[in-house]
Design a protein around this ligand. Structure first.
Ligand code: HEC
Length: 228
């Protein structure tokens, strides 16, 4: 019974009924402890509240009132959320009025020239895009020995065969746009200007692998020949 009395008393004291202890040095520290404990529980409540509020926000952002692509909707007459493009309209970036630039052809024949000036900047862009999109199969020099080929993909013809060296730039553009045999087309991943930049860079690769001493400026030639 004595133990029960003690137990019943101590929570009472903790809840602020510390009159019995007031005045004693111990009482002060006891009260301090009580306050800290109270503050602690207040802080905990606040944290829980904040957490609940934040989770609420996150949930809102995850689940905004919107329609997904293939979802049904009563808003439109045909019951679909995703609407077909209206006949006679052209979406931004869809206008393909420049035949040379967007199809790689001029009057229906594969273009033998580029639709814009090939500057160093264009070639740098082409090198970067080639490295990302083509080198995994065609290799960094275009010899056809890229990593995917080493792992089992059909080996493409080297870009350095006479046939491909003599093919017009419109042909490289066409292969990127429409694919070729086992190679998929890249028209949805590489926009027309980048296809041309890649085609220009393929020319650089071809030139680099078929260069002769005559391509070296006369001023550099002696140094090269002397060194060899
Ligand atoms: C996933 C591998 C892969 C990637 C990536 C790839 N190609 Fe190819 N490419 C091939 C294969 C395989 C062939 C040969 C297809 C065949 O003969 O059936 C080929 C063929 C070609 C040809 C030669 C067509 C011919 O007449 O022989 C060209 C040019 C070409 N690719 C350019 C590119 C360019 C430019 C890129 C980058 C935009 C690219 N390829 C990206 C696999 C790839």
């Amino acid at each position: 019974m004595g133990r029960v009395g003690l137990n019943a008393e101590s929570p009472q004291t903790k809840e602020g009924g510390s009159a019995a202890f007031r005045g004693g040095g111990r009482a002060t520290s006891f009260r301090l402890r009580i306050l800290t404990a109270r503050q602690g529980s207040e802080a905990l409540k606040l944290i829980l509240l904040l957490a609940a509020a934040l989770t609420g926000c996150r949930q809102d952002m995850h689940d905004q009132p919107k329609l997904e692509a293939y979802e049904g909707s009563s808003f439109f007459a045909d019951g679909r959320a995703m609407q077909l493009q209206l006949e006679g309209t052209v979406a931004r970036g869809q206008l393909l009025e420049d035949e040379h630039l967007t199809t790689g052809r001029v009057d229906g024949a594969l273009a033998t020239s580029f639709p814009f000036e090939v500057t160093r900047e264009v070639l740098e862009r082409g090198r970067e895009r080639f490295g990302i999109s083509c080198s995994p199969c065609h290799g960094h020099t275009g010899d056809g020995g890229g990593m995917i080929v080493q792992r089992g993909m059909k080996r493409p013809e080297s870009f350095h065969t006479q046939r491909l060296r003599e093919s017009p730039p419109g042909y490289t553009f066409d292969v990127i746009t429409r694919g070729f045999g086992a190679m998929y087309d890249y028209s949805d991943l590489i926009e027309p200007r980048d296809r041309w930049a890649i085609a220009a860079y393929v020319r650089v690769l071809q030139r680099s692998q078929a260069a002769s001493i005559a391509d070296v400026p006369a001023s550099e030639r002696a140094r090269l020949e002397g060194g060899l």
